[in-house]
Design a protein around this ligand. Structure first.
Ligand code: 3HC
Length: 312
């Protein structure tokens, strides 16, 4: 049947590494899974500003404060960039935000944890943005053109985020014993949630097979998670800190670190909305959206007036 013929032609383009653009024919399911992933990626960027926002007024120096502000501003830009990429698939930003505010749409589990000390700003930049980079570099080569192109700029800014985070951790680890203890405490609290950012195990991943076939996902959840562990353990050793995983050990044969079992009940609990900060994060986002309604309405009224004047 011709539907099969169209899908076969589509898959052939994907297999040849041809970028799919907004105006191209695509299976409904391809459109749907991209709207799902890109909008949730955008939600992650927007909600991801909140944990760090907590430390803008508490930053130890003006320099650290201005760097943190710049990072948070970048995340807002990443979110808007990704909402625009999602809109190319025929969805409205208001619908995407309604899905977030109603609890229907997900955002990255990592942002449901509290930021308890300044060292968390280091751990987040280093581990969370570090993990995001590992996940986002392959997305620069994914099959959907607007998403791949958005990722190229996002990745450039993410590397600044990760480096400033590691710089905070280095300062603390070279500081007083209390400062080094703060860095270890932050590592203890952010290590496992950072590994959970890569998603469930490959065996438990419902979207991976289809996303891999459509070259949306170029590496599996477990492959990227392994990359994160292999890259980060030497950095932890350089800092003189300890990985909070007694089962961690280097396998000289494979060249990879083997690590302990992830607490998937914690992961699933956070996804169900029962993480430490889920309710607070969503309430903050809903309040910001409602408080901004007058401004959005004024912009629309002004645009309508401009259009009426032009038409007159
Ligand atoms: N937090 C919340 N939900 C998660 C999750 C996490 N860490 N990991 C997986 N999930 C969800 C998936 O969205 C999916 O649910 P859904 O079908 O309702 O969307 C379900 O768990 C099963 O997971 P799958 O592996 O089957 O889903 P995916 O194939 O979509 O893989 C993913 C999950 C790897 C996160 C993929 O969606 C992805 O690569 N997304 C783009 C990257 C992204 O969103 N990164 C967020 C990191 S934070 C960030 O970027 C901000 C940075 O600037 C700090």
């Amino acid at each position: 049947d011709d539907m099969g013929q169209e899908e076969r032609a589509f898959q052939a383009r994907i297999d040849e590494g041809i970028k799919i653009e907004a105006k191209d024919w695509m299976p409904d399911a391809y459109r749907k899974t991209l709207i799902r992933q890109i909008s949730q990626h955008a939600h992650s960027e927007i909600v991801g500003q909140l944990p760090e926002g907590n430390w803008v007024t508490r930053a130890p120096t003006l320099k650290r404060k201005s760097i943190l502000l710049a990072k948070i501003q970048d995340e807002a830009g990443h979110g808007l960039y990704l909402y625009s990429a999602a809109e190319t698939l025929g969805v409205s930003r208001d619908d995407l935000l309604a899905a977030l505010h109603s609890g229907k749409a997900k955002y990255s589990s990592i942002f449901n944890y509290p930021t308890l000390s300044w060292a968390d700003m280091g751990a987040i930049g280093w581990l969370v943005d570090g993990s995001a980079i590992i996940n986002q570099i392959p997305l620069c080569r994914c099959s959907y053109g607007p998403y791949a192109r958005a990722m190229i700029r996002v990745c450039k800014e993410e590397s600044f985020h990760a480096r400033q985070g590691y710089d905070i951790m280095m300062s603390l680890c070279k500081g007083t014993p209390e400062q080094k203890a703060m860095a270890q405490d932050a590592l203890n609290r952010w290590w496992w949630p950072s590994l959970m950012m890569f998603g469930p195990s490959d065996a438990a991943s419902v979207n991976s097979a289809q996303s891999a076939q459509w070259r949306i996902k170029l590496f599996s959840n477990d492959e990227l998670r392994q990359r994160m562990v292999d890259q980060t353990v030497p950095q932890i050793e350089y800092l003189g800190l300890t990985v909070p995983d007694p089962d961690l050990k280097f396998n000289a044969e494979t060249g990879h670190y083997e690590f302990g079992e992830i607490d998937w009940s914690e992961f699933n609990n956070v996804l169900k909305g029962n993480g430490p900060c889920n309710r607070e994060r969503l309430q903050t986002r809903v309040k910001a959206y409602e408080d901004g309604a007058w401004f959005r309405d004024a912009l629309v009224a002004y645009a309508d007036k401009q259009a009426a004047n032009k038409a007159a």
